[in-house]
Write a protein that binds this ligand. Structure first.
Ligand SMILES: Nc1ncnc2c1ncn2[C@@H]1O[C@H](COP(=O)(O)OP(=O)(O)OP(=O)(O)O)[C@@H](O)[C@H]1O
Length: 582
């Protein structure tokens, strides 16, 4: 068919849409050449499914419900025809970087041809901006209801945890197809909220997780296996095509609802045609870890369970959080008796508050860890945070806490350097300091009213604390943290590095280190490791090619103070490094 002939056949869209020149498509589908859109413009060739992103046109007289507009992909009527998109049906948008979003195809009068109008949120999910190219394909895979969706918010917000918000979320977005990793933006009582989809569990039992950032070079493990597993042509969309020149699959156009997303099996008589139609189309290659248009997708329904989790700490301060969460009881050496007491005093009331209430015993409200600097008080606090599984708020020094921090239960409030926050009031420099102390005392009383909550304080100056804080009913229990067994601490410190020192050798080292605390030993071990690396570097050894090529052992040279040394296989032990003084 010549383009001239086609041009004469072309009918102008009722909305004044661009005139079309239909060329013979390579795979049975047509390539369209526009001769300018409504507003005029130069001729431009484009692939049927490739569109230039443009900002969403929000018309004042638009009759589309405002809540639906965020999910629309605006197209000209002719663009919809050329890309085989039905009105109100879902389309899968894929950016050149492999980011994806699902929107609903929506025709707009006088919309420029070859362009797709997207809301800012959709653009940011696709990591594109106005003028970038995206590909757009109608979804032909099954769309099932999501049974559960896990969302995360950038900052901690108690409002988002409420049932009211969750109901509002579902009411607003019912029917929306959600992709893990994408952000959903909505306005709740005038406040804009951005929630990232962390995971989606479908009614078929499959769970899709947010791809790990940054995406690896190959397909993502679990996610892509689920996303790409379904290539079922029998569940292809049978919707009405807007042009007979394109592969035709028919059903009346309809606005998407959760039920209409559910895949319909084609009538048996049509199956052959359908297979032909689908196979004649070039199935796009999904980006690594991404979805194909023929995959199974999940949409929100009124019965979807919404769970929220906080990603503030996780994403904004990965180092601090990782540091904090990595500490476990097994990393603490020589403090087993203190850990036993802590388990008994903190874990038991938090895990089994009924034991205390049944016997009429008030559970402890607070434990004060005191001892010299560097003996492991903070370490214990962090280990508890990791092991107990309760909501834990860590306050360092003079930070003021809000009451919301004790509203979660069971809860632990760990206040490090308690003396900075709560010094004796008689020595206070100003009224503010006194008020902080008074607030903290009130907070401790508040913890007591919680069924399961406990305060944990750490200080190396217990006598500098305001006496009111140490009276029974507040920090009821005081626990001295001191360094008794240096051998165990050395063992723990060296358990993550290649070290062949025997227990006896470590005991010898520990005996020679009388007066040292855990922090000193940690520094020595670190220093020994650094010397080892620099020694290997000088020697030109490729330490990355071998597993545990060197042995890091801090040593003590009699009379010389601490002197870390390393053992290099083949060169023997006892390579003494320069003396290291703390
Ligand atoms: N018992 C221990 N077992 C293993 N490592 C320890 C121990 N005690 C201290 N350390 C090491 O010393 C470092 C400092 O310890 P931590 O911060 O817990 O001391 P602290 O008692 O809170 O000191 P400060 O009172 O000055 O805050 C820890 O990160 C850890 O590497």
């Amino acid at each position: 068919m010549s383009s001239k002939k086609n041009k004469s056949k072309t009918k102008k869209g009722s909305e004044g849409d661009s005139s079309l020149v239909v060329k013979e498509g390579s795979e049975g589908s047509s390539n369209l050449q526009t001769s300018g859109h409504e507003g005029g413009g130069s001729c431009r060739s484009f692939n049927n499914n490739s569109f230039t992103v443009t900002d969403f046109i929000d018309k004042a007289d638009d009759k589309t419900p405002r809540c639906c507009r965020s999910t629309l992909a605006q197209l000209s009527l002719n663009s919809m025809k050329s890309a085989s998109v039905c009105i109100g049906r879902p389309v899968l948008l894929t950016s050149p970087t492999g980011k994806q979003e699902v929107c609903l195809g929506w025709p707009v009068a006088a919309f420029p041809a070859g362009k797709v109008g997207l809301q800012k949120c959709a653009q940011s999910n696709l990591k594109v901006k106005s003028g970038d190219e995206v590909t757009l394909h109608p979804l032909t895979g099954a769309v099932l209801q999501a049974e559960e969706v896990t969302l995360s918010s950038r900052s901690k917000d108690d409002t988002l945890e409420t049932e009211e918000f969750k109901n509002f979320f579902l009411r607003t977005l019912v029917g929306k197809i959600i992709l893990p990793g994408n952000v959903i933006s909505l306005t709740y009582f005038g406040r804009s909220c951005s929630l990232r989809v962390e995971a989606v569990r479908g009614e078929d039992g499959a769970t899709l997780h947010r791809p790990a950032p940054p995406p690896g070079p190959g397909p993502d493990t679990e996610e892509s296996s689920v996303m790409n597993s379904v290539l079922d042509s029998s569940s292809a969309d049978l919707s009405l095509q807007l042009t007979t020149q394109l592969p035709c699959l028919s059903s009346p156009p309809a606005l998407c609802t959760p039920s209409s997303y559910i895949s319909q099996n084609p009538p048996s008589g049509e199956s052959v045609n359908l297979e032909n139609s689908v196979s004649s189309e070039k199935i796009p290659t999904a980006p690594p870890g991404g979805a194909l248009k023929t995959d199974t997708f999940y949409c929100l329904s009124c019965s979807t369970k919404v769970s929220l989790r906080d990603r503030a700490g996780k994403e904004e301060e990965p180092d601090a959080e990782a540091k904090r969460s990595k500490v476990t009881y097994s990393m603490i050496g020589g403090l087993s008796s203190q850990l036993d007491v802590i388990r008994e005093t903190i874990e038991l009331p938090l895990k089994h508050p009924e034991l205390f209430s049944n016997y009429g015993i008030p559970p402890p409200r607070g434990v004060l860890l005191y001892g010299p600097p560097g003996t492991g008080k903070t370490l214990i606090g962090r280990a508890i945070a990791n092991e107990v599984g309760a909501h834990m708020t860590v306050i360092n020094g003079p930070e003021i806490m809000s009451n919301s921090e004790v509203s979660q239960r069971p809860a632990i409030i760990f206040i490090d350097e308690l003396d900075a926050l709560c010094p004796k009031r008689e020595g206070a420099q100003n009224e503010v300091e006194k008020r902080v102390v008074a607030s903290l005392l009130t907070l401790m009383d508040g913890i007591g009213s919680l069924r399961s909550g406990v305060g944990l304080g750490a200080t190396n100056r217990p006598h500098a604390l305001d006496p009111a804080l140490r009276r029974p009913g507040r920090f009821d229990k005081e626990l001295e943290v001191r360094t008794d067994n240096l051998t165990y601490i050395l063992q723990k410190q060296l358990s993550f590095v290649p070290c062949s020192a025997t227990y006896e050798e470590l005991t010898q080292l520990a005996e020679a280190a009388h007066g040292y605390v855990g922090a000193d030993l940690a520094a020595i071990c670190k220093e020994a490791g650094k010397y080892t690396l620099s020694y290997c570097h000088v020697k030109g050894q490729n330490i990355f090619e071998k597993i545990f090529p060197v042995d890091i052992t801090p040593s003590f040279a009699l009379g010389l103070g601490w002197s870390p040394w390393v053992e290099i296989p083949g060169e023997g032990r006892g390579f003494y490094l320069p003396e290291f003084h703390l």
